[in-house]
Design a protein around this ligand. Structure first.
Ligand SMILES: Nc1ncnc2c1ncn2[C@@H]1O[C@H](COP(=O)(O)OP(=O)(O)OP(=O)(O)O)[C@@H](O)[C@H]1O
Ligand code: SF4
Ligand SMILES: [Mg+2]
Length: 314
């Protein structure tokens, strides 16, 4: 299980402290997918960076992140290296940039497998082939001989997925794994991720702007706004009965964008800058349902039957 409790991230600038992420909590069981959605700058990547142990050096990092009982935020740099090798996989946004252009796919994959499994290069070659086959490549030997520029974006992403899952991690984090791919390929890539997840049973955190992908792929959805988790629930429940006004607006944007004769729907205004101090709800300036109290006091995150929500309407 992956358990995030009270995760807060703040930075200091010119003797002032700015809160970037506040009190994020969630759990993901093995074999489950948690989709994290929210607009640009809401804190999604900061949350995943903390989970990957990339922010352990920050003074303003609080809370705990447990993956299979190991506390990531308390790990030393040496422990982190082994946790990333054995326990956590990462699927990048732009796989082509994460591959070395001058090295064949085979040698890069073999190097990663050797580092993650401790086997020698010769033993790793067949493992690389089998892994590529399980990710849908019909002629893996041919792919191993190619350079990254000879592969399409979708093929590069499948190679990156192979690198992320080779040690059978407990958790895989995918930050916008399909945003550099065209529309037709994105569902194919998600299918590949889900099929390897079904075989290995890891928990998956899927960060995406793409509500279609998030709602069609995830078991649970976490909606992030202004550095806070404002609502969490099953994908079905949030799509049918969104509670938080921001989730309602998101779902309305999403459902209207595909429907004919509905006209488009947009969320008015801009999110507050992280440098703006505001004691109330950070959605206040854009919320169509705001109350008086919302301007001065931030609501706590409360439990509902099937999830959680941070809004004074509840
Ligand atoms: N090292 C940093 N120092 C200062 N501010 C930062 C730092 N890293 C992120 N931020 C700020 O924190 C906020 C959240 O950033 P983050 O990258 O997590 O957003 P995001 O939700 O992933 O956005 P996107 O969807 O565009 O990837 C942004 O306002 C960003 O400018
Ligand atoms: S707390 Fe108030 S302003 Fe914030 S989303 Fe709920 S109703 Fe709107
Ligand atoms: Mg991001």
């Amino acid at each position: 299980m992956t358990k995030v409790e009270g995760l807060s991230i703040s930075i200091k600038k010119k003797n002032r402290t700015y809160s970037l992420v506040r009190d994020v909590c969630f759990k993901i069981e093995q074999g489950q997918i948690l989709g994290i959605v929210g607009e640009s700058g809401s804190g999604k990547s900061l949350i995943t960076s903390a989970i990957l142990g990339m922010l352990n050096h920050l003074e303003g990092l609080e809370g705990s992140v447990e993956v299979s009982g190991r506390n990531i935020l308390k790990a030393s740099p040496q422990e982190l290296r082994s946790l990333r090798r054995d326990l956590i996989g990462y699927i990048p946004q732009n796989p082509r940039e994460s591959l070395t252009p001058t090295l064949k796919v085979g040698s890069q994959l073999v190097e990663v497998i050797a580092a993650k499994t401790g086997r020698n290069g010769r033993e790793c070659r067949p493992v690389a082939g089998e892994l590529l086959q399980s990710l849908g490549f019909s002629a893996p030997e041919k792919i191993l001989q190619m350079y990254p520029h000879q592969l399409s974006g979708g093929m590069c992403q499948r190679v990156a997925i192979a690198m992320a899952v080779v040690s059978r991690p407990a958790l895989v984090v995918a930050d916008e794994p399909t945003s550099s791919l065209d529309l037709l390929i994105k569902h194919e890539i998600m299918k590949v991720i889900r099929s390897i997840q079904a075989k290995q049973g890891f928990a998956l955190i899927l960060v995406t702007h793409d509500l279609d992908l998030a709602f069609s792929s995830s078991d649970q959805i976490a909606v992030v706004y202004g550095g806070r988790l404002v609502e969490m629930g099953t994908a079905e429940e949030l799509m049918l009965r969104p509670g938080h006004p921001y989730t309602r607006d998101l779902v309305r944007c999403f459902t209207r964008s595909g429907a004919e004769n509905c006209g488009s729907y947009y969320i008015p205004g801009e999110p507050l800058s992280i440098y703006t101090r505001f004691t109330g709800c950070r959605y206040f300036n854009r919320c169509r349902l705001r109350l008086e109290i919302c301007e001065t006091k931030e609501p706590a995150c409360v439990r509902l039957d099937n999830g959680r929500v941070a809004c004074w309407l509840f």
